[in-house]
Design a protein around this ligand. Sequence first.
Ligand code: PHE
Length: 527
Amino acid sequence: QLILNTLNDAGSIPDTRTLTIPGTSQQAASSDAQITILGALNSLDSRQMIQYQSHEILSHVLTPEGAQIALQGSHEARVWAVLPAKGDGEPVTPAQLKSLVGDETAKVGQGRAFKNGWIAKEGAGLVKIKPAIDDVTQTELRQVDSTGTVPAGEKSLADLRKRKLIVQNRKGQWFTVSKGPNFSTSTAKPQTDLTVDMLTSGEWKSANFKKYNFEAEGIPTNGGALHPLLKVREEMRNIFLEMGFAEMPTSSYVESGFWCFDALFVPQQHPAREMQDTFYLSDPVKSLPPPKAYYERVSKVHEHGGYGSTGYRAPWSDAESHKLLLRTHTTASSANMLYKLAARCRGEVTEGEEYDFGGTSGRVERKEGLEGADDGFRPAKLFSIDRVFRNETMDATHLAEFHQVEGVVADRGLTLADLIGFMRVFFNKMGIKNVRFKPAYNPYTEPSLEIFAFHPQLNRWVEVGNSGMFRPEMLAPMGFPKDVHVHGWGISLERPTMIRYGINNIRTLVGHKVPIESVEKAPAVRF
Ligand code: PHE
């Protein structure tokens, strides 16, 4: 109000330090008073009632050396003080001077005292030639100490600063104030809303409305944010889609032993089926029966072989096949989809039940001489990215559930070279230029390859995936013709995500300890 009244009376305020504090006769010269004034100025400025400029008050303080001089006098004055007047006692030798005033003062002080004409040489010693001196340095430093400046002005201050006897510091600010476009002596808050009452009473005509601030930043919305795993999944999905793959339905977390293992020719005695590796369901205990004829072909190939295989020659257990479990790999879904793909070869497909098998665009070139009569087979390229479950001991890099990025390619006459070629292209699109392959073992693929990528930060080769050519024991019972080969692979979604985001403990990526903020702020991923 004081500012507004003063502006109203005087038109402007050239220096806010001259304002008189209300209720006192004091001027608002202190820095505290100016801080209070600044608060008022900002508030009035935001309503465009006033405009102001700020000015800095620069002040000076003594350095430790400056403080010493303010107390004891300048080096030159101290030298002058210990010397005898000319003709009044023995001149003081340079060595004596050092022991009287110290090395530093003797050295610096002598030169300056000579320059000022205060002392002179007398034989091998020194004498004073001025009966009295004016120690300007000391006087000025004392002035700086009590007032922050010197009457002699900036030139002297600059000299003292250069001699490192004082340093500048900012002591405060003051302001000049003028009227703004909305100037008024009333500080009543402007209206922010046009209300029904204002319309009916007519008050809107004279009301002072607050201006819209179109420059104001909006309040950050608390909307959802994509988890880093979802961002990486999206990038991988895009790679598959641009390579002409179709996405497999993978919503069934619960599978039967049949689809997860038997269909893949995993022996029923395989250690991966043990309780400590696989989570089994206790309710319901038993799965719905798989397609009968297929089930019989699968059990037969396990027990007795066929299609050129000797089989495992171990007794088949229906109970093992009917167990329900949390799928340990998405290859369970792949098996299911391959079985559906082979439906045309089995002559079972009914119109309108066909899936998109992704085989039409950019498919693998057909091998010469492999085309025969139409046996119903159509090539396919399928992928999925979804969750799998394993009964693992959890640590920094293992959880009991994670995501697999999986795919299968089915075509006539595919070879291991097609698989390797595909892997190179696929990983290259993910920004991994350097891949190597190592022979491995899977019950359902032969040959099998582990895929290694060079990790520049770790400076070593790390395993990034597992792959192989599906065995005839798996494909033939589904009904695929002999010349149809299928290659497949699986990689983890978590590992590349952790590498991309520099996360080394999986618990900061997945689970209840993930800070929501880190999810909201996680940058997008581009391979
Ligand atoms: N199912 C394998 C795994 O879980 C990955 C894989 C899929 C390997 C398809 C070969 C073929 O690691």
